[in-house]
Design a protein around this ligand. Structure first.
Ligand code: ARG
Length: 577
């Protein structure tokens, strides 16, 4: 994706670029040719708000010193309603300091401050969370759920039609082992009160027995074949596994405020698998290799992609290829995006390559993330990466409740609990989303819940503080709506804040296009910091009337963006903390 959001027609950069471009053409006429001047944010606010560096690269074409070029452009600037004052620095930089009036007009223009309709109704299929049936969600699925859900919200906000599909792992060889484990190692009572944890235990026992008992392994295989052929008993048990697992997953999704449009497991595509392999064979893309059917990917520098195993069974890749074909046919998506941990990179590169060989042009994106190290105690340590998410969320809420109990003892208990939920869950989500997904993160409670660092609670608190300030404004000056007040923006801190507010759409676009919610988190943290230095320096309610109303107006804008932006990260913004 190469959309440069700063080029959006309504952005400050685009408007200022057009202003300089007109002067450039006036100054140089035909010699200007097709050169396009581009204004970018200033690298040092001491010199201005924006800058243009193009005089340097034009020197050769125009056979003039860059400073001379810069001077001629500046001299030719249309001074009527000038958006900025221009100065020249160094070898030929043009520095622009925008006028408060122009900035205020940009802020009042809904198309400059609002989100662009990037999607125009085009469809994105987002495959995320996608845990495996009969196994507790592991940390990979949790991050996939949180990151995927934020990408979901970001794309919807930008005008895409999102199909969020929870591609459950509900099919495969493990079900023969699981069915035998369920029948053999669970008591009647356990089968009645079935849980994912019990299923997992039964699976482990059955799996271990396959290692030492050949006859057992054969029985498991036979049960799998029966399931695949539609045996009613095995089908019923299998459906129960799915139902129990989904019920448990749903509990977590509802705590995390995550909803899917589709929950189609791998099994949904089962009947399409023979067709995929037949197609690959008919097109000469697949060949036999040691009894298996494989698609060679030598040219792509990858190992073969196995699409039918020696025992005739299909596998994960075959299912994913069938899934792409089905999604393309059904939804005609502009892109399909998958969110999983880094260990699946090769799998995705392989089956994406096979899809391209099959002539599927739909862009396929694998968004991968590293694993996050979690605090002691939140992890039940089978293989080190199985974490009980419920326990983690409980702990987050418990810790948040303790903080609230101390800071707002007067608040009633139900309110405290609701707040603790918003803050605790928000802290866990933000701890994940504020980091580049591809960096290693070490989660600590201290950082996640810090009220004075880059944390979810810090941003929620910043938002709530502004709301309470605005409540005071409304109390003191009833009947006035600060959102209608003209913006004055005379102080540098006010201008910086206003400029940052105008960068919101670009930050959202950047986060969505790069599949990095962290880019929006960075933006929001910077917003809260700019607000806080503005708030500490300048009086708001006690300022002279016009300034006071203008500042209250800025507060309205900041609070709204914090709410909207955190909303796109799936984080709630309670009105008071
Ligand atoms: N169920 C898989 C796992 O737990 C993740 C599936 C990701 N989506 C996909 N279409 N392969 O590892």
């Amino acid at each position: 994706m190469t959309t440069d959001p700063s080029l959006a027609a309504d952005s400050c950069e685009a408007q200022l670029s057009a202003w300089l471009q007109a002067a450039f053409q006036t100054a140089f006429g035909d010699a200007a040719g097709d050169a396009r001047l581009q204004v970018v944010p200033s690298t040092d606010p001491a010199f201005g708000d924006f800058q243009c560096n193009d005089a340097m690269s034009l020197a050769k074409r125009l056979r003039l010193a860059p400073r001379v070029i810069a001077q001629r452009i500046v001299d030719a600037l249309d001074a009527g309603q000038a958006p900025a004052t221009a100065t020249i620095a160094g070898p030929g930089f043009i520095n622009l300091t925008v006028s408060p009036g122009w900035l205020a007009a940009r802020l009042a223009d809904p198309s400059a401050a609002g989100l662009p309709d990037l999607g125009g109704g085009r469809t994105v299929v987002l495959d995320y969370s996608s845990p495996n049936v009969a196994k507790p969600m592991h940390i990979g699925h949790i991050r996939s759920t949180i990151i995927g859900n934020s990408l979901d919200r970001l794309h919807r906000a930008l005008g895409y039609r999102v199909i969020a599909d929870n591609h459950l792992g509900d099919w495969g060889t493990q079900f023969g082992i699981l069915i035998m484990g369920y029948r053999t190692f669970l008591s009647d009572a356990e089968r009645d009160g079935l849980t994912v944890e019990l299923l997992e235990q039964a699976y482990v026992k059955s799996y271990n027995r396959t290692k030492e008992d050949g006859a057992w392994l054969d029985t498991c295989r036979a049960e799998l074949v029966k399931l695949q052929q539609g045996d009613p008993d095995n089908r019923a048990i299998w459906r129960r596994f799915i139902e129990i697992s989904l019920r448990e997953f749903e509990r977590i999704y509802s705590r995390l405020d995550v909803r899917f449009d589709l929950v189609r497991g791998e099994s949904y595509y089962n009947d399409m698998l023979p067709g995929v392999v037949a197609d690959l064979e008919a097109r000469g893309l697949a060949k036999e290799s040691e009894g298996a059917t494989v698609v060679p990917l030598e040219e792509e520098g990858m190992p073969v992609c196995i699409v039918r195993k020696t025992d005739g069974g299909f596998n994960y890749a075959t299912t994913d290829i069938a899934t792409v074909r089905s999604r393309v046919a059904e939804f005609d998506p502009a892109r399909i995006v998958y969110v999983t941990d880094e260990r699946q990179q090769l799998h995705f590169r392989q089956f994406f390559a096979v899809c391209r060989k099959l002539g599927i042009a739909t862009p396929l994106e694998h968004v991968w993330f590293g694993l996050m190290r979690l605090p002691e105690g939140a992890i039940s340590t089978r293989e080190g990466n199985v974490i009980r998410l419920d326990a983690l969320l409980d702990e987050a809420e418990r810790r948040a409740l303790a903080i609230i109990g101390e800071s707002s003892p007067e608040m009633d208990a139900a309110q405290q609990r609701a707040l603790a939920r918003d803050i605790g869950i928000g802290a866990v989500k933000y701890a994940d989303l504020s980091h580049d997904p591809q960096n290693l993160i070490v989660f600590t409670w201290e950082r996640a819940l810090a009220l004075d660092g880059n944390s979810g609670p810090y941003l929620q608190y910043a938002h709530a503080r502004i709301r309470s300030l605005l409540d005071k404004y409304r109390e003191a000056f009833p009947g006035r709506d600060p959102a209608d007040a003209p913006l004055l923006l005379e102080e540098a801190a006010e201008k910086q804040l206003a400029l940052h507010i105008l960068r919101y759409p670009a930050a959202v676009v950047r986060a969505a296009e790069n599949f990095k919610p962290s880019m929006l988190a960075d933006y929001l943290f910077a917003l809260a910091q700019l607000y806080s230095s503005f708030y500490q320096r300048y009086p708001i309610l006690k300022a002279p009337e016009a300034v006071r109303d203008s500042r209250a107006h800025l507060c309205v804008r900041v609070a709204q963006l914090l709410r909207d932006g955190l909303g796109l990260l799936g984080i709630a913004t309670p009105d008071r903390i």
